[in-house]
Design a protein around this ligand. Structure first.
Ligand SMILES: [Zn+2]
Length: 369
């Protein structure tokens, strides 16, 4: 049958998880159909806002603000009594580990009975190969502080589904969910926009073979079209480090007031609180304080296995860097290393450490002194 005379009897049947027939709705169109849909019935918090959970939270996060645990301090600050940390918002509603695992295993079995639109959307993306997920943004807006006794519920709506985007992790779709929280009187207390990236993990470096063993240290070298290494997020505090690396200098931030060295770079001195700083050029010698050998997941900008080490410099600060020039199985804690510099592209040069045969290995004695 030619294209012009294709009649109604030749129309494809619609199965949202099947590959769309030519002329059928594209994946993007099918994804957009979810926008504005409620993700299911309102969720009810299992417990009211309560002091024990607040106490565990502030101890776990190291938040010493007394308004969360001390009525008198809270009243002094203008509240009627203790308030919950605003960022606990989600904690009051979460469905818990057991229920989450049940949902995950149902999805893994392809069982979508009773699945919410979000579950269906996730399943559709899984089916299309976008099997990995990473949370990217969470914006919360608070209407009023939550206090012990508040009993929350929330409703959520699929707010946006992006077209396919290329990201450092792989191509994917950003999904934004808008969640509205209300109290026992149905008064709004907060809203949250939660964005995730549902993406296609890149195939292992070196080719389409899914077997990680196929990608040895040389498999990905000099691959044409190889993507650049991820860019560091430059700030006025850390820019010096990367500019120094371009000039093959390993710089350590130093407090101008008390001389304390610090890394990673940050605005103020933890010792004396001064914001004044300059830098010291490190010798580049150090020892492997700890390390991991990364085999998977593989990002095409890197060669695998990839040795990621925490190097303790002889000046005393530690930094995370790759170790090269040695078989990954031969890397050892305490091993002396020395910094070299590798230009990964025109914009990015980083210190990369190599074994230092002339260096002094760290021993337990030097470590604990
Ligand atoms: Zn200082």
């Amino acid at each position: 049958m030619d294209q012009v005379s294709a009649g109604p009897t030749s129309e494809p049947t619609s199965d949202p998880t099947a590959d769309p027939a030519p002329g059928g709705p594209s994946l993007d169109e099918r994804l957009q159909a979810f926008v504005g849909q409620s993700t299911g019935p309102p969720l009810q918090a299992p417990d009211p806002v309560n002091q024990p959970m607040i106490r565990h939270w502030v101890e776990a996060t190291g938040d010493h603000n007394p308004v969360y645990v001390d009525d008198a301090a809270a009243r002094e600050a203008g509240f009627a009594g203790v308030i919950a940390p605003p960022t606990m918002l989600q904690a009051w509603i979460m469905r818990g580990l057991r229920l989450s695992q049940e949902v995950d295993s149902a999805r893994a079995r392809g069982d979508l009975r009773g699945a919410s639109p979000t579950d269906q959307l996730m399943a559709m993306l899984d089916e299309a190969g976008f099997t990995s997920v990473v949370a990217t943004n969470c914006d919360q807006h608070y209407v009023r502080p939550l206090v012990p006794g508040d009993l929350l519920k929330c409703t959520s709506v699929i707010d946006a589904v992006s077209p396919e985007k290329a990201t450092g992790l792989g191509t994917g779709h950003f999904l934004t969910t808008r969640i509205e929280y209300s109290d026992q009187n149905d008064e709004p207390v907060a809203t949250m926009r939660f964005r995730i990236l549902k993406f296609k993990p890149r195939p292992p470096a070196g080719g389409a073979s899914p077997a990680p063993a196929a990608a040895g240290p040389d498999a990905a070298a000099e691959r044409p079209g190889r993507p650049k290494r991820p860019r560091p997020a430059l700030t006025q505090d850390n820019r010096f480090f990367f500019e120094g690396a371009k000039e093959h200098k390993l710089l350590i931030q130093r407090c101008s007031e008390c001389g304390t060295l610090r890394h990673p770079p940050r605005p103020s001195c933890a010792h004396c609180r001064s914001f004044e700083w300059d830098t010291l050029t490190a010798s580049g010698r150090g020892t492997v304080y700890s390390f991991v050998v990364n085999h998977y997941p593989q990002v095409p900008a890197f060669d695998y296995p990839l040795v990621v080490a925490l190097v303790e410099l002889e000046e005393g600060t530690r930094l995370v860097a790759n170790v090269d020039g040695i078989a990954p199985e031969d890397v050892a804690i305490g091993m002396p290393v020395v910094a070299g510099f590798e230009a990964f592209d025109d914009d990015l040069t980083l210190p990369v450490f190599h074994p230092d045969p002339g260096g002094a290995a760290a021993t337990d004695e030097t470590r604990t002194s």
